[in-house]
Each structure stands twice: as structure tokens, then as C-alpha cells.
Write a protein that binds this ligand. Structure first.
Ligand SMILES: [Zn+2]
Length: 311
């Protein structure tokens, strides 16, 4: 059983000519509907109590004021509009709802197909198209429900600086990422390992493809994850490492993302009672992101190449 969650208010967060645009989510949801007949459920806003466990309340208030005063660019990449905070709160809320569904046993896997994305958002700083750190908020939501050991696996082409910084001193949270390096945002060297060796960064050269990326997850991240044994896995699902992505500069294929989903699902089965919660991060080619998300869902729903399922 897969819970598909979305935040319809995302469409009110848009800026002329910006690659982080509403059509991204539409393309993914259309692809999922066509492939599986699944329609998403709208998510509620994140409660302030959870939001403020990740972000400085004064920062959130600053974002609210920026939105209320008409919006604009918070940095050269990152815009805010009058309705952006409604979108950002429901994006984070979708991840929290996904965590709740999975922990309640109402779903095995949950997918939050939401925007704005989150993994670059810091404790008190918007950056890289991100306002609120959706996955980090999902982590604190799981922790609030007494899940102790939580892993975040970040497959976006960019390093999730905000997520790493939220948890790098926390022995109970594991963060792993493959990403193009050096590249935006500049963080994510292999030397960044967290205070308790709870961070694994695998920086990759531009142009890396399926074999390199999968090998990094299998050989470098897999053993560390096996030692950590997470009770719950969250995935920062960015599809901008796809070869068709206009920003990423990598060569991962849709089949590569499918294989990556297979690895993650196997880890969830082995360590986390088969549970995972996925949140959309980047990915800017509409066809590539739709195809890749569908490939991941097929794996999570046991409809992969090797499942033998006639479904
Ligand atoms: Zn990205």
C-alpha cells in the first residue's frame, strides 16, 4: 500500500521563467495517474510545533513577512510569492502526513510529490529554491512519535546541506548523499562525516552515470547504513541527476533511478520493517521526472522488472 500525498497549493508558488515551476508536480502526478491510476490526497499544513524544531521561529516569521509584503527573491535563486508559505507549509505537511501514515501502518511507503523542495533550506536561511526543509521536518515528526534511529537518503544531484546541517551532530540520525561535486551548494565533501560518523557524503564527478552512482550507494553508503540500522528511512527524491535534466550535468537514466529505488526498498525491508517516506526535491525535465518517479513507485509497489508480479 502506497500513500500518495500532494499539496495543491503548490501551484500558487511560481515565478516567471524559473525552472522550479508548478508543471514539475503536474507532470509527475499525470505520469503516476496514467501508469497506476493513483490520485494524490491533499496534505494539511505542518504544525508550527514541528516546523520550529527545524527552523528558527524568527526565520519563519521573516518568510511570512516577506510573503505578506508581496514577495521577491530571497537570494539569486530562491523566490517567495504572497502564497508561497501556504505551499511551503503544506509541502512539509505532506511529508509529516506520510510519516504518520507509515508509522500508523496505514501505508508501507509514502510519497510526497510536493514543492517547493526542501533539502537546501537551513535552520534560518532559504536557499537553492527551498524555503522549509520538508524532509528534516519529517524526521522530527517521526522522532516526536518515538522513532529513534532515522536515515535520510538523498539521491538529488545536489548536496542536501540543510538536512545535513540539521542533524550532523545527532548520533540517532544518519544522512547519506551522492551528488555532483564540486557543484552547488559547495558542501558535501567526503570529509564531512558528522560528529558521530553519522554522515556519508559521496561526491561524484560531472557526467557520472548509473554504474558510478549505484556503486556509491551499494559499496560506500550501504555498509554504513547496515551498521546504523534505521527504524525508518526517508528519501530526498531529486531527479536532477537524470541525463535529460537541464541543470544537473549527470548521466543517470530512468533505469538507474529504478535500480536505486530497488536498493532503497531492500534496505527498508531489511532494517525498517519495509517502511519508507519519499519527498520530491529537484528535477527539472518534465518527462524525466515523471518517468523516474513512476519507476520508483513501480519498485515500491512490487511491480519492478524482477518482481514477477503480473499486476
Ligand atoms: Zn537538486
Amino acid at each position: 500500500m502506497i500513500a500518495l500525498l500532494a499539496n495543491p497549493d503548490h501551484s500558487r508558488h511560481r515565478a516567471e521563467g524559473h525552472p522550479e515551476r508548478p508543471e514539475r508536480v503536474t507532470a509527475i502526478l499525470d505520469a503516476i495517474a496514467a501508469d497506476r491510476g493513483l490520485t494524490p490526497e491533499p496534505a494539511p499544513s505542518v504544525p508550527d510545533a514541528l516546523l520550529h524544531r527545524v527552523h528558527d521561529p524568527q526565520y519563519v516569521a521573516m518568510l511570512d513577512r516577506a510573503a505578506a509584503s508581496g514577495g521577491g527573491y530571497l537570494d539569486p535563486d530562491t523566490y517567495i510569492t504572497p502564497d508561497s508559505m501556504v505551499a511551503a507549509r503544506t509541502a512539509a505537511g505532506a511529508v509529516v502526513e506520510g510519516v504518520d501514515r507509515v508509522l500508523d501502518g496505514r501505508a508501507q511507503h509514502a510519497l510526497a510529490v510536493v514543492r517547493p523542495p526542501g533539502h537546501h533550506a537551513e535552520h534560518a536561511r532559504a536557499m537553492g529554491f527551498c524555503l522549509l526543509n520538508n524532509v528534516a521536518i519529517g524526521v522530527v515528526a517521526a522522532r516526536a512519535r518515538n522513532v529513534r534511529r532515522i536515515a535520510v537518503l538523498d539521491i538529488d544531484v545536489h548536496h542536501g546541506n540543510g538536512t545535513q546541517h540539521s542533524f550532523e551532530n545527532d548520533a540517532d540520525i544518519f544522512y547519506a548523499s551522492t551528488h555532483r561535486y564540486p557543484f552547488y551548494p559547495g558542501t558535501g565533501s567526503a570529509a564531512e562525516r558528522g560528529r558521530h560518523d553519522n554522515v556519508v557524503n559521496v561526491p561524484l564527478a560531472a557526467g557520472s552515470g548509473d554504474r558510478t552512482v549505484l556503486s556509491a550507494w551499494e559499496k560506500k553508503i550501504g555498509p554504513a547504513l547496515a551498521a546504523f540500522r534505521p527504524e525508518l528511512i526517508l528519501v530526498s527524491a531529486g531527479f536532477d541527476a537524470h541525463r535529460d535534466d537541464p541543470l544537473g550535468g549527470m548521466e543517470v537514466t530512468t533505469d538507474g533511478y529504478r535500480a536505486l529505488a530497488g536498493l532503497i526498498k531492500a534496505w527498508a525491508t531489511e532494517y525498517s520493517r519495509g517502511r519508507s517516506v519519499w519527498a520530491l526535491e529537484g528535477g527539472y525535465d518534465l518527462r524525466a521526472i515523471g518517468d523516474s518517479m513512476v519507476a520508483c513507485i513501480d519498485i515500491l509497489a512490487d511491480r519492478g522488472y524482477n518482481s514477477g508480479s503480473p499486476d
